[in-house]
Design a protein around this ligand. Structure first.
Ligand SMILES: NC(=O)c1ccc[n+]([C@@H]2O[C@H](COP(=O)([O-])OP(=O)(O)OC[C@H]3O[C@@H](n4cnc5c(N)ncnc54)[C@H](OP(=O)(O)O)[C@@H]3O)[C@@H](O)[C@H]2O)c1
Length: 276
């Protein structure tokens, strides 16, 4: 049974709350959105240097009234820092700008060819120096993980990837889960583009929930962590109100069948061809 506040245990025993708030492009709504999320029961915040709001994430965490240890904060090393071999400096900058004592999880944002194994070795050092509680990657395909395995002392604890009903990533998820790598679904709502899909609206009506809640519950039942973004307090609360219904096996399969391997250009890009 999945209960409110459920967390996924990472390979090193650290617990990642299963539902987190994504804060991409939240700008001046960042602090209020995080406070609304924490009040609604979220305990995980997903930012990145690229989102240009680490300062506001830090402010929100410092002023939320919860002990620092109650909130799991993730940030990521951006592509330019990898290409310019400034990964360590990028981490130190994030830590200083966030100003929240420590970062819970630090991630490689994209697998930049020719750079990502070097970046990973630096993340391993940060972890070994106890500067972060967990390390992970984003947008790593099986081939990237296989390459990393040749050099890694520690494999990523999390792979954060684009997952929504039009891009279900079943093979990659299975690969990761078989190796103890937790998958975390980014853009779980397809950045808002998949919510009007008729199967989802039909299931929303059947379960008395919203299409977004149906998708997020599908993620939870698939053993994923999930980081929906919203700046609307009502939707923020809805996106963690996922514990009073359970999708049947048949309905999970209907959602799985919506897969088109569709990469949403609004929120990312092709992990095999990172040109940004
Ligand atoms: N690692 C990576 O490379 C990567 C890439 C992309 C994203 N991410 C992470 O994943 C997070 C989520 O992805 P995302 O921000 O692209 O998209 P998303 O969470 O799939 O969708 C967000 C959009 O859906 C709307 N929305 C949210 N909840 C809703 C609800 N219950 N009903 C109707 N509409 C709703 C939001 O609008 P309102 O604000 O108006 O509610 C917003 O426009 C990001 O914030 C970021 O943290 C990571």
């Amino acid at each position: 049974m999945i209960t409110k506040g459920a967390a996924l245990k990472l390979a090193n025993g650290v617990e990642l709350p299963q539902v987190g708030l994504g804060v991409y492009k939240l700008g001046d709504k960042t602090v209020a959105s995080i406070h609304a999320a924490l009040a609604a029961g979220y305990r995980s915040i997903d930012t990145a240097t690229r989102y240009q709001n680490e300062d506001l994430v830090g402010e929100a965490v410092r002023t939320c009234g919860l002990p620092r240890g109650d909130v799991f904060v993730t940030t990521k090393v951006w592509n330019d820092a990898q290409r310019e071999h400034r990964q360590r400096q990028a981490f130190e900058d994030s830590l200083r700008v966030l100003d929240i004592e420590y970062i819970d999880m630090y991630m490689v944002h994209w697998a930049i060819e020719g750079c990502y194994t070097e970046t990973w070795k630096i993340l391993e050092q940060l972890y070994e120096e106890k500067l972060v509680r967990a390390i992970g990657v984003c947008n790593f395909e099986i081939r990237h993980l296989e390459e990393l395995a040749k050099y890694a002392n520690i494999m990523p604890m999390v792979n954060q990837i684009e997952i929504h009903p039009k891009n279900t990533r079943k093979e990659l998820i299975r690969y990761c889960q078989e190796r103890g790598i937790v998958c975390e679904a980014w853009a779980p709502l397809g950045s808002g583009t998949v919510l009007e899909e008729p199967v989802l609206t039909e299931l929303a009506e059947k379960y008395g929930k919203t299409p977004a809640q149906v998708i997020l519950r599908w993620d939870l039942q698939n053993g994923l962590a999930v980081i929906p973004r919203s700046s609307n307090p009502v939707r923020i609360a809805q996106n963690i109100d996922l514990y009073d219904f359970e999708l049947s096996e048949e309905d999970l399969a209907r959602i799985n069948a919506l897969n088109e391997n569709w990469i949403n250009p609004l929120s990312g890009g092709d992990p095999n061809n990172v040109t940004f």
